[in-house]
Design a protein around this ligand. Sequence first.
Ligand code: SF4
Length: 80
Amino acid sequence: MTPKKVIHLKKDCISCGACAAVSPKFWELDAEGMAQLKGAHEEGDHWRLDIENEKDIEENQEASDVCPVNIIHVKDVDEE
Ligand code: SF4
């Protein structure tokens, strides 16, 4: 499987908790109630985590699909 990056525009999170509900392995709500992508680092205006395991990619794609404000993106690592 090609490595992917998970991008999270955390500042636009509305704290609905959907990502953490479908993917508790990767997503949790922080002390302020905002979603946090576990193990991610801050990069510019977003948070980023690189993954390559197929199941991990599927799980984060699912989190992306359920996010009502579309701020979770799973992309190729060299994609803008
Ligand atoms: S699904 Fe989207 S809006 Fe809801 S908590 Fe997760 S990142 Fe925030």
